[in-house]
Ligand binder design. Structure first.
Ligand SMILES: Nc1ncnc2c1ncn2[C@@H]1O[C@H](COP(=O)(O)OP(=O)(O)OP(=O)(O)O)[C@@H](O)[C@H]1O
Ligand SMILES: [Mg+2]
Length: 170
């Protein structure tokens, strides 16, 4: 018996229409991703990587085709799909702990659970010693790891990362 497909990308293409110009950013992508897989999309600048990721995140609909997550069509954003952006959307005036706790806190997760989860994900990304630092006190790579932890703590079914380890200059 074959394993259940997690993410099924079916004939996905994307054309941007701007200023009467038609830009074919993505053409007929077909890809199946299974639970536990770590899939890396590589290609030159402008080949459509972020476009594909934005469609998977539900930020925009493809021109043709569809994407199924656990057999359900993706129709918009949802917490089941975590997104790690290239520029970390972290709050400079919060500590690392407060940033990582932000999502579960907004979801009314009990404080004891949030504290335990923050400890777990701080350790997972090697930032246990830096929980009480402010974001501006971190290096670029540390910020990226705090960024990844703040997505992981929401326990998404799938984590979409757009150049998450790219060098980001504060
Ligand atoms: N909002 C938009 N409107 C019009 N064209 C766009 C838009 N966003 C991206 N494009 C075009 O679509 C193509 C793919 O862009 P995309 O951002 O997906 O590339 P990428 O592979 O992520 O590149 P990079 O590695 O530089 O981040 C490019 O030709 C880009 O100019
Ligand atoms: Mg990109």
């Amino acid at each position: 018996m074959s394993e259940q497909v997690l993410l099924d990308i079916q004939n996905v293409s994307m054309n941007y229409q701007n200023h009467k110009q038609n830009i074919a950013a993505l053409g007929e992508v077909n890809l199946k991703i299974y639970p536990g897989e770590f899939v890396c999309v590589m290609g030159p600048s402008g080949c459509g990587k972020s476009t594909l990721l934005n469609i998977l995140a539900g930020f925009m609909a493809p021109t043709t085709g569809q994407v199924l997550l656990n057999d359900q069509p993706i129709k918009g954003t949802d917490a089941q799909r975590g997104v790690v952006f290239q520029t970390p959307p972290l709050y400079d005036w919060y500590t690392v702990r407060q940033n990582i706790a932000f999502g579960p806190k907004m979801n009314h997760v009990p404080k004891e659970q949030v504290d335990a989860d923050v400890d777990k994900y701080l350790a997972a990304v090697g930032l246990s010693e830096f929980g009480d630092k402010r974001i501006y006190e971190l290096s670029g790579g540390m910020r990226q790891r705090a960024n990844i932890a703040s997505s992981l703590i929401n326990n998404p079914d799938i984590l979409l990362m757009d150049e998450p380890l790219g060098r980001w200059m504060p």
